[in-house]
Design a protein around this ligand. Structure first.
Ligand SMILES: [Zn+2]
Length: 185
């Protein structure tokens, strides 16, 4: 923290502090390098989107794959015990997980309904189907609660790249602040 940063590092580190020292607003050209460079989470972590989604589906931290995210079925840690990702990235974050849960449970109900009707097609649809669907509707959201939360967090970090310092830097392969941007072309 106290080591003297080089010019290159200074330009990348703590842009807010740099700006606060200025009395005059920076020229647009000067300001440009300090604008947050949005690098996709997949590139930051060096992990593909499928893997991030899979981690979420098995209720592990989508960013690092670490477990012990849930203390109990409905009680989860605020931060990942491994990579320190704060799961509730914005207020109302968990509304999305509710949506994901609903979509998945309805999807399962539809698949069960459709396949059972198809299999038993010429005959009447079995009576137990109603009870099976009712059971899925009642217990599905409960069973899918932990995965839905982590799945939504996975979707969220895929849609909105991780910010500076959002997770332990050891899990970050490419950091837009730590590393210089790769010039394209
Ligand atoms: Zn993690």
């Amino acid at each position: 923290m106290a080591e003297p940063p080089g010019n290159r590092e200074r330009a990348g580190k703590d842009p807010s502090r740099q700006l606060s020292h200025r009395r005059v607003p920076p020229h647009p050209e000067q300001h440009r390098p300090r604008v947050r460079r949005e690098i996709p989470t997949t590139r930051q972590l060096g992990v593909g989107p499928t893997r991030i989604l899979l981690r979420g589906t098995i209720a592990r931290c989508p960013a690092c794959g670490g477990g012990h995210v849930f203390r109990r079925w409905f009680l989860m840690e605020d931060r990942c015990p491994s990579c320190t990702l704060h799961f509730e990235r914005v207020d109302g974050h968990w509304i999305g997980s509710l949506g994901a849960n609903t979509v998945v449970v309805f999807g399962v109900m539809f698949v069960v309904l459709f396949s059972t009707v198809m299999i038993s097609y010429p005959d009447t649809t079995p009576g137990w189907l109603l009870w099976v669907l009712l059971a899925i509707a009642l217990f599905g959201p409960v069973l899918f609660f932990p995965p839905s939360r982590m799945l939504w967090t996975a979707i969220d970090i895929l849609m909105r790249p991780l910010r500076d310092g959002e997770i332990d830097p050891r899990y970050v392969a490419v950091d837009p602040y730590r590393d210089r941007p790769v010039r394209q072309g």
